[in-house]
Design a protein. Sequence first.
Length: 327
Amino acid sequence: MKMGSQSCFKVLIICLIAIIGAANAQLQLGFYAKSCPKAEKIVLKYVHKHIPNAPSLAAALIRLHFHDCFVRGCDASVLLNATQSNPQAEKNSFPNLTLRGFEFIDKIKSLIEAECPGVVSCADILTLSARDSIHAVGGPFWNVPTGRRDGVRSKAADVFLGLPAPFHNVSTLLTLFGNVGLDANDLVLLSGAHTIGITHCASVSNRLYNFTGKLDQDPDLDSAYAKNLKTFKCKSISDQTTVLEMDPGSRNTFDLGYYKQVVKRRGLFESDAALLKSSTTRSIVAQHLQSTKKFFVEFAKSMEKMGRINVKVGTEGEIRKHCAFVN
């Protein structure tokens, strides 16, 4: 074999090894055990220090995680700021304008960077923070395999392609969940996170005042509850800012309260009411109402499953130095 041929052969072998390595790379428990052994403890300590004093952040963080994973996978693209060359990032899209928790993630990132520069991804920090914050408000604990890498693309237009919306019907919801490898059970379980959520009158005003454009009320919303909302909360269709609890009375406690509201037709979103529109999802709601323990176990499985959506591993993406900017 000639020298030139040998060189080409060696290059080919190296490329094949790199490709095989990237293909075999995957998430794993304790991914940072050697490279940054304190990483998960830093996240846990910060969460447990701050979430008890601001429990609403638990809902904000799990929502941030959800909005990230359904758009180009769990790659922390939702955390990126707009730039001169990319004036409309994911966080600038209309569905993401009410997202919170960015500063919380940035602070944890800075603490970890001080310990292990350039090692731990923002995607892993967001996933771990969501898990730890849910556990901190009484929810389940689940395993979070790590090794995600951060994406470098963040486009507002991408959000509308994959993110489930509060006004979607059950068919659309099932399609969007199916597109990322999740099923009807996952739809019902992940909707259960609304037990600690809040929203605003803007999200329900059409259901109360102008559902079909004829100044009517959504018949799928319990009439007594609708009347109560109109009288004491959303007093006009123009009220966009009054806060509403998704699970009135226990918004800071992770429990079965959300499902109890749904079966009473008191879920605030059309997507909540949609869970009763399919015999499959309606049956799943009924099942999870029977046992908090079972709900916790199954919710944990769905969260771990969601955390694996289209992750970047191996040599894909990058490890950002700051979560709001690509390197």
